[in-house]
Design a protein around this ligand. Sequence first.
Ligand code: GAL
Length: 378
Amino acid sequence: MNVSPTLSSTVRRLPHVVAVSLSTLLLASCGVIEGVGDSSSSAGPKKGDDITVGLLLPDRETGRFERFDYPLIKKRVAALTNDKGTVRYANAGASAKKQSTQFEQMIAAKVDVILVDAVDAKAIAKDIQKAKDAAIPVIAYDRLAQGPIDAYVSHDNELVGQVQGRAIVGALGDKAKTSKIVMMNGSVADPNTALFKQGALSELNGNVIIAKQYDTREWLPQVAKANMEKAIKAIGLNNIAAVYSANDGMAGAVIDALKEAGATKIPPVTGQDADLAALQRIVAGEQFMTVYKSFLLEADNAAELAVAKVQDHGIEFDALTPDTIDSPTQQDVPASLVPVVAVTQDNIKETVIQDGVYTVKEICTPEYAADCAAIGLK
Ligand code: GAL
């Protein structure tokens, strides 16, 4: 599958890991909306507050979707519509076929706008065309769906891969060049996978030895675990110096496979999504890092864009999409790309805790109390 979206915009390629708190950005993003407001809209509102936003999320394997994305979008839509707007939600359970049915149900229900995080970015294009024919705008959420979308809300996903790759090279230090690593990439149906991989390879190629690499069907942790078992057999447990894992769900599976093979010290393993279990593994020294992509900002931006689109608030819509991106089927899609942060033991407090994603209490359960104390997390 050819998925090579290109970023053709003002997005800065950040040379280093962005280590700022996102709360400031969150406030700034709210400011954009308040600053522009209804009165300065380019056209009179097309619809009032009584709107329905259709939301299609891809799976339940990754904790963020149901724990953060859905409730945050729901809350923001309500806040923007005097509690009159609603979200009609469906989760595809990692099935592209199921998502297609759910999409068609959204069209049949005549929702006002659809936010879709595609299981398969190419397969969903025909449904997006159907929505377009029914005059329902579609905003691609997190993954760049193909077909005639109105906007895209995500992160600089190549940067996510760069941050992960750089973390591995940094963790291996002087030994990097002669170190063998395993690469666990995500689902090929997800266009982000190619970007994560591309970003990571830009840091890893020439700096480490990539001994084995795998794609992971539907991002399933059990598939990653089976692949890790194969890698251990082929390379030898003690010869694996680090594992690039594209997300946290797979990182957990990789670490389980390493432990089951008898590893006493886990080599550096990367991740993404700031899952609670991953943060606990980081505290315990089992996972080296995760990439925290503020779902708070991403979800808020998506809700704001959806409402602005339906209510025909062109100025707000443009202010929320300062970037543009090309998909394999469409050029210059208006885009909103939220920054990313690498999280290690050193900055858990200044990132996910400060942003209110998790409390210290949630991370430092009795099982992790000693580890938390050892790194001064209280
Ligand atoms: C990606 C997404 C990640 C992660 C992954 C697994 O597209 O950007 O945050 O959730 O899918 O579902």
